[in-house]
Design a protein. Structure first.
Length: 540
């Protein structure tokens, strides 16, 4: 007895020690965080480009799709969802229970019996069990309720995997847009730095020239101050592109999954030509967005998950039936048969759980309706995004056209000034430097506007949920939309009829409630009603 007690105490102590070993203090988490900080810092420094080549836009997008950490997280989430689907699928297998029981007794399991009527014993003590008994049993059981729930859990796990796939697809699309935005920031900054450095070197003597002209009284002190202020302001604006270049490089390298502290150089050739951008009519763009946007697919999948939950609640309302077959082997020598097979079925029904399942069914049905309404609301919002992004593209293209015309005019003036600088003097050299600076500023503004045109174009593609728009893809989308319209023709006709009936009823109600009005006669209106509280504008 004492030995058994001490064994129990030691077992409890061992379990308590194991549980305490799994607990972490705040200091443990801080030490772990410090180790992870060093590992992540060093790992980030190892992520350098394969070579020092100039990266094109395609190279940047490919690197981002390969190395971006957020995208890798989405890929891991999709992998986890896939494994969870496999686990739910395996839950549909029946139970297979293998059990071996060995019992040993210190005394013989003997018993006697007594008469129910009269007095006395029927017979003396007897036993039908050995002291040492080993029972081996194998049972295969199938619960219809568990099988149905496992089936629908598999369906929901498949939907969740598809949802993760759509989130991964949307993350990839957003990553492409962010890369394009950062890419053209870096490209514009590189081009601006090239223009600015060369120009500032050519005009670096302008302050000495202004001071010299002021001392010789070729210009007034007020004009000297104004010229100096203009040069300083313009130099600040031009050199700001050099500062922005570093920030743009850090942003782009972070998106590419590279070391943010490194250097990067991109191809600027895209800024030498105007891109050709053609889109179909706006209504078709809206339909493409409603067909391709991953968010809408995700909403439809959440709705299907709720519908599947309704079906699970219906299954829970049914009786729980359990089918089983087992085999038992017993080495008890007193038994007539030492092994046997058994087959059976058991059913149970909990009536008090029925109201809960009914309420849950109604709740999930309402959630499915809410997801359907959310899908419609999200679709309307996406159509608005398409129109806004398309309008922004048109606006940005107009802005670029203006900047291009302004730069062309300044460049022509600069060429004219350079051609006529033989009649110059120091004063004309000051004006020439000023024209150079202004022309360079307009050129940089044109470059930035052209980069914004590219970004706006990819913004439209992002709102559509596609990677490109060409004739082949448009034909495929049109065919798919036409087929969907044929399938939904009945529902569309019904919705149109309901809309027309509501519109007719509203017009009839409005005409019946509106009082009859006499036509307004301005000529024959009494003069006493003009002015005062009876205003003519309000009456009209």
């Amino acid at each position: 007895m004492r030995k058994t007690f001490f064994s129990a105490v030691l077992t409890v102590a061992a379990l308590s020690a194991a549980m305490l070993a799994g607990c972490k203090s705040e200091e443990d988490f801080r030490n772990e965080r410090a180790e992870n900080a060093m590992k992540h810092f060093e790992a980030s420094r190892f992520k350098q480009p394969a070579d020092g080549r100039t990266l094109t836009l395609r190279n940047c997008i490919e690197l981002a799709q390969k190395n971006n950490l957020e995208l890798k997280v989405r890929q891991l989430e999709e992998q986890v969802a896939r494994e969870q689907k496999t686990a739910e699928l395996l839950g549909m297998l029946p139970e297979l229970n293998v059990k071996n029981t060995f019992t040993a007794r210190s005394n013989t399991a003997a018993s006697s019996s007594r008469k129910l009527e009269g007095s006395g014993m029927t017979y003396g003590y007897s036993t039908s069990t050995d002291r040492n008994v080993n029972v081996f049993s194998t049972e295969v059981a199938l619960s219809t309720l568990d099988f149905g729930l496992a089936f629908f859990n598999t369906v929901q796990a498949n939907d969740r995997e598809l949802m993760k796939r759509q989130r991964l697809r949307r993350t990839s699309q957003n990553l492409t847009l962010d890369v394009v935005r950062s890419y053209f920031k870096v490209a514009a900054a590189q081009r601006a730095i090239t223009i600015t450095r060369k120009l500032l070197e050519d005009c670096r003597g302008r302050y000495e020239l202004i001071e010299k002209l002021s001392k010789s009284r070729a210009i007034t002190p007020f004009r000297a101050f104004d010229e100096t202020r203009q040069f300083v302001d313009m130099e600040k604006r031009l050199t700001s592109y050099i500062r922005n270049y570093e920030n743009s490089c850090v942003e782009l390298r972070a998106l590419l999954g590279l070391d943010p502290s490194g250097k990067i150089r991109v191809d600027e050739s895209a800024l030498d030509s105007i891109p050709r951008m053609e889109f179909p009519e706006l209504t078709l763009l809206e339909q493409i967005a409603l067909l391709e946007r991953p968010e809408l697919y995700e909403t439809d999948m959440r709705k299907h998950i709720n519908v599947t939950e309704c079906r699970k609640e219906l299954i829970k309302m049914l009786p729980s039936a359990r089918l089983f077959i087992d085999f038992t082997k017993d080495n008890n020598s007193y038994l007539y048969h030492a092994s046997w097979y058994g087959i059976g079925i058991s059913a149970a029904y909990n009536l008090l759980k029925l109201p809960q399942h009914i309420a849950s069914y109604m709740a999930y049905d309402s959630m499915a309706d809410a997801e359907a309404a959310k899908a419609y609301s999200l679709g309307v919002g996406i159509m608005a995004q398409v129109r806004i992004s398309h309008s922004n593209l048109m606006s940005v293209k107009e802005r670029f056209a203006i900047d291009d015309r302004v730069y062309s005019a300044y460049r022509k003036n600069l060429q004219w000034a350079l051609a006529n600088r033989k009649a110059a003097g120091e004063l004309s050299q000051l004006e020439l430097d000023h024209i150079r600076l202004e022309t360079a500023e307009k050129e940089i503004s044109r470059i930035v506007s052209l980069g914004n045109v590219y970004v706006a174009y990819f913004q439209v593609l992002n709102t559509l949920g596609v990677s490109k728009i060409d004739s082949e893809s448009l034909d495929a989308v049109k065919a798919e939309l036409d087929a969907a319209r044929v399938r939904a023709e009945g529902e569309l006709a019904k919705a149109q009829a309901e809309y027309n009936s509501r519109l007719t009823g509203a017009d009839a109600k409005k005409s019946s409630e509106k009082p009859a009005e006499k036509p307004f006669d301005l000529v024959n209106r009494p003069l006493t009603t003009l002015g005062g509280s009876d205003d003519l504008t309000g009456s009209l």
